[in-house]
Write a protein that binds this ligand. Structure first.
Ligand SMILES: Cc1cc2nc3c(=O)[nH]c(=O)nc-3n(C[C@H](O)[C@H](O)[C@H](O)COP(=O)(O)OP(=O)(O)OC[C@H]3O[C@@H](n4cnc5c(N)ncnc54)[C@H](O)[C@@H]3O)c2cc1C
Length: 390
């Protein structure tokens, strides 16, 4: 019976990056993923890296480390992550005062620049002039998130890591040894780290652990490569997703009620063209306590196309396929990284709602921390902060 130092559950960007960093510092690691063809948040993400958006010294430091790491990641992992820097346009709705929209971002490390409607159209001719009161622009990082996760996995395997495609049903913790039951086999390790994205809460619950970690149901449309050229990454200046996350995570108990819709769904109309010419159009976010609920894709797709069409009319009728996934988040927008209180050997690396910029440095820091090195930043993200008082 082989006992690993670490079993990492979930091979999205968080699990892939962490598995690689754990092997790099010398641990024996098994990475478990349930899907052969990934259907996860990493697969359907826009891939944006909002380095500019940090508003605290902590986030500034992580964003600086993140950009430095993303710039060399393709070389280190010996595979393309498609890292580039491009113009982000944050569209301002016609019912919003552009100065108020700009003020909202004034504390960012690099505050976006306010553009008139004509200036915004010059940057992105596909925008509908009638639908905006202006826009904000800033240089944004971009990667292909699926290729980045794959690059991490391949580098992890080359460095001696092992991976199995199997679904973890639950795990039991017995001080120095963890037993992980999957649909095909039982595995043993000294430690487990849960990187199961939006399914982390359910997996932990199935293992008898309750944790304040949540998820949105996200929906988007992916087009095949198209000839049309989007010059910028477009998102609304007033992103409703973050408000939805904050509001819906105020009362944890509501997430334990089956079939609960905690708030009405929201739609943040955005679009990004990848280097292969395909476009992602998004994004609807729903807060439903059941992660496996069926969503009416036809109604969702027409809502998405209608809303995108208001901002970018030429994009509304592009061929494309509707997709759905879960995106994990915490109630303070910061990830949960570290040991789960009262469960020796069980760790979390999840709950990042907009993680792509900061996952690489945090995975590296966390792996070093797990070798016994002190790291004040990692300690700040400990799940202990959400532990209910006894
Ligand atoms: C449309 C959209 C646009 C986005 N845009 C951005 C953006 O521009 N910038 C940004 O930073 N973020 C963005 N995000 C968010 C970001 O993509 C996600 O937060 C991130 O990819 C999540 O990574 P993850 O590893 O936590 O989860 P996931 O990618 O969901 O991976 C979790 C993995 O765990 C596996 N798993 C779950 N349960 C089990 C189990 N029991 N056994 C085995 N395996 C299991 C799943 O199959 C999955 O592969 C966006 C998300 C969406 C949907």
């Amino acid at each position: 019976m082989k006992t690993y130092d670490w079993i990492v559950i979930g091979a999205g960007i968080t699990g892939a990056a962490l598995a690689y960093e754990l092997v790099k510092v010398g641990f024996s690691v098994l990475l478990l993923e349930q899907d052969t063809t990934l259907q996860n948040a990493t697969r359907y993400s826009y891939g944006g890296l909002a380095f500019w958006s940090a508003t605290t010294p902590l986030m500034r430091q992580l964003c600086d480390e993140g950009i430095a790491r993303h710039r060399i990641l393709s070389t280190e992992l010996d595979a393309e992550t498609e890292y580039r820097e491009l113009d982000l346009l944050l569209t301002i709705a016609t019912d919003t005062d552009p100065e108020v929209a700009a003020a909202f971002y004034a504390n960012c490390a690099i505050p976006p620049k306010l553009l008139s409607v004509d200036e915004a159209l010059e940057m992105e001719p596909l925008l509908n002039k009638q639908a905006i009161a202006g826009a904000l622009t800033v240089t944004h990082g971009h990667i292909n998130p699926e290729k980045t996760a794959q690059a991490y996995i391949e580098a992890f395997l080359r460095a001696g890591g092992e991976m199995e495609i199997t679904q973890v049903q639950n795990f039991t913790s017995n001080h120095s040894s963890q037993t992980i039951k999957t649909t095909t086999e039982t595995y043993h390790s000294a430690n487990i780290v849960v990187c199961a994205g939006g399914l982390s809460r359910q997996l932990l619950k199935a293992s008898g652990i309750s944790i304040k970690l949540y998820f949105t149901h996200a929906e988007m449309i992916q087009t095949p490569p198209v000839e049309m050229q989007l010059r910028t990454l477009i998102m609304p200046a007033n992103l409703q997703r973050f408000q939805l996350e904050a509001e819906s995570s105020k009362v944890d108990e509501l997430w334990n009620e089956p079939g609960n819709e905690l708030l009405a769904p929201i739609l943040d109309a955005g679009a990004i063209q990848f280097l292969d010419g395909s476009i992602r159009l998004g994004q609807i976010s729903r807060v439903l306590s059941n992660p496996y609920v069926d969503i009416d894709r036809k109604t969702s797709e027409s809502w998405l196309r209608r809303s995108i069409g208001e901002i970018l009319p030429a994009l509304s009728n592009l061929p494309g396929t509707w997709h759905h996934c879960l995106v994990a988040f915490s109630s303070d927008r910061l990830p949960l990284i570290g040991s789960i209180p009262g469960c020796q050997g069980v760790y979390l690396f999840s709950g990042f709602s907009n993680p792509l910029a900061i996952v690489p440095p945090l995975a590296q820091r966390f792996a070093n921390y797990l070798t016994g090195k002190e790291d004040k930043i990692i300690s700040l993200f400990s799940p202990v902060r959400f532990q209910s008082p006894m």
